[in-house]
Write a protein that binds this ligand. Structure first.
Ligand SMILES: Nc1ncnc2c1ncn2[C@@H]1O[C@H](COP(=O)(O)OP(=O)(O)OP(=O)(O)O)[C@@H](O)[C@H]1O
Ligand SMILES: [Mg+2]
Length: 380
C-alpha cells in the first residue's frame, strides 16, 4: 500500500472522528493522535497528510502550528463543527490546505481527501520545496547580569532586522516594570501587554496589532509592558505561552527583552525561544555569572543546546578578557561582538531617538554598525 494512504487524525472529537473513519476506513489507514502531548507523539511518526479536528479547550491554530512546526510540508485538512471566518483566515495563513464544516460539508470530504492525497503524491514525485508561513522565530535577549545591554541591544537588533529586511518583526518588552526599551526606541503608548489579558484565551493577529505601537522610523511593531507592578502580576506563564504562540503565527521574528530576574515569565519565554542571545561583557565577573546561570538553566530544565548564543557587549581595549579567553571557558558560539559606543549611544538617548533612523543611513555610529553587520550576516 502506498504511504499516501496513511492519514493522521489529530485532536479529540469523537463525533467528527467517527464520521470520518466511517467514510474512509476501507481506503485509508488512520492513526489517531490526541492533542495531549502532541509534539512528543508527533516525533514518533512521519506525517504527510493530516486531518485536524476541532477540539474542546484547545486552540485549533495551535494544534495546526504544532503539526506544521514538526512537518512543514504536511497537507492538512481542518474540520470544524461551525464556520468561523477569522479562524479560516488565520489557519489559511498558517498553510492549511483545506477547511470543512461538518455535517454540512460531510459529503465532499471523501473527494477532498482524495484530492489532497493526489497532490501529496505529485509533490512527492516532484519533491519540490513547499514554503509555508507560520513558523515565526522567537529570539530572546537575556543575561544573568543587569545593565549588560539587553534592552538597548535587543531593541536596536529588532529595529535593524526590520530595516534590513521585508520581514514582519515584533519587539516585546517582558520586563513588566519599567524596561527601558521604550526610551531606547522612543515609543510611548497608553496600551500595553496588560490590555491583551481579556482576550488572551482567543488571542489573534487583530488583538496584537491593535495593542502594538509602531516605531516611527522603521515601523517595527512594539508591545510594551505595563508600568504597574500590581497589574503585571496578572501576566503569568499561560499568558506568555499564548501570547508568544500567537505572535509566531503572525510575525516572522519576535524579539523579546527579558529581565535578569528569573521569574515564571522569564522562564517561560526562554523555554519558548528558538534562540537565546545571552549578553555578556568580557570580564571574569560576567563569566562567573554565566556559570551560575548555566546551573540555574539545568535545574529548571531549560534546554540551551543549539539555542544559546553569546553576544559580547561593551567590547573595547579596556576589557579585562579577550574573545579568545571567553571561548576557552565556554563552548557557546559567539553571535556578535559589539563595541562600547558611549558617544553614539549617549547622543541617541539624549535626543530621545532610536539608534537608527532610516534604512540607508550614511553615518552609523559604531554600535549601530556592529548590529547592522550582525543582522545582515544572519539574514544571508
Ligand atoms: N555597546 C554599548 N555602548 C555604550 N553604551 C551601552 C552599550 N550597550 C548598552 N549601553 C548602555 O548601558 C546601559 C545599560 O543598558 P540596558 O538598559 O540596555 O541594559 P539591560 O541589560 O537591559 O539592563 P537591565 O538589567 O536593567 O534591564 C544603558 O545606559 C545603555 O545605554
Ligand atoms: Mg533592560
Amino acid at each position: 500500500m502506498s504511504r499516501t494512504h496513511d492519514i493522521f487524525l489529530i485532536g479529540n472529537n469523537e463525533t467528527l472522528e467517527q464520521a470520518i473513519t466511517d467514510q474512509l476506513k476501507e481506503e485509508f489507514q488512520f492513526t489517531h493522535l490526541s492533542s495531549q502531548n502532541l509534539s512528543y507523539e508527533l516525533k514518533k511518526h512521519v506525517v504527510e497528510l493530516a486531518v485536524v479536528l476541532n477540539t474542546d479547550n484547545e486552540s485549533s491554530s495551535d494544534l495546526i502550528q504544532t503539526v506544521l512546526s514538526e512537518f512543514p510540508k504536511a497537507f492538512i485538512l481542518y474540520i470544524d463543527n461551525e464556520s468561523d471566518f477569522d479562524l479560516l483566515r488565520e489557519i489559511t495563513r498558517l498553510g492549511v490546505s483545506d477547511y470543512l464544516v461538518f455535517p454540512e460539508e460531510e459529503s465532499v470530504f471523501r473527494e477532498r481527501i482524495h484530492m489532497l492525497s493526489e497532490r501529496l503524491q505529485s509533490s512527492r514525485d516532484r519533491s519540490t520545496e513547499n514554503f509555508r508561513r507560520g513558523g515565526g522565530k522567537i529570539f530572546s535577549f537575556y543575561s544573568g547580569q543587569g545593565g549588560t545591554g539587553k534592552s538597548l541591544i535587543g531593541s536596536s537588533f529588532a529595529q535593524a532586522l526590520k530595516l534590513e529586511s521585508t520581514a514582519n518583526v515584533l519587539f516585546i518588552d517582558l520586563n513588566t516594570q519599567y524596561g527601558g526599551a521604550e526610551t531606547y526606541l522612543n515609543v510611548s503608548s497608553n496600551r500595553s501587554l496588560i490590555d491583551l489579558l481579556p482576550v488572551i484565551q482567543e488571542i489573534n493577529e487583530h488583538h496584537i496589532r491593535n495593542i502594538a505601537t509602531s516605531e516611527s522610523y522603521s515601523n517595527l511593531d512594539v508591545l510594551i509592558s505595563p508600568r504597574d507592578a500590581e497589574l503585571a502580576e496578572k501576566i503569568g506563564e499561560d499568558f506568555v505561552v499564548r501570547l508568544l504562540r500567537a505572535c509566531k503565527r503572525n510575525y516572522d521574528f519576535i524579539i523579546v527583552d527579558l529581565p535578569t530576574w528569573m521569574e515564571e515569565r522569564t522562564y517561560t519565554a526562554l523555554s519558548e525561544s528558538d534562540r537565546i542571545f545571552y549578553m555578556i561583557s568580557l570580564d571574569t565577573a560576567a563569566l562567573r555569572i554565566l556559570k551560575n546561570v548555566e546551573d540555574l538553566f539545568k535545574q529548571l530544565a531549560i534546554n540551551t543546546d543549539e539555542k544559546l548564543e553569546l553576544v559580547i557587549n561593551f567590547s573595547g581595549r579596556e576589557n579585562e578578557l579577550t574573545k579568545k579567553d571567553l571561548e576557552r571557558f565556554v563552548t557557546y558560539p559567539v553571535a556578535a561582538k559589539l563595541r562600547r559606543d558611549i558617544k553614539g549611544v549617549q547622543a541617541a538617548v539624549n535626543q530621545g531617538a532610536p539608534l537608527r533612523k532610516e534604512a540607508k543611513e550614511k553615518k552609523l555610529t559604531p554600535v549601530s554598525k556592529d548590529i547592522q553587520g550582525w543582522v545582515r550576516s544572519m539574514l544571508k
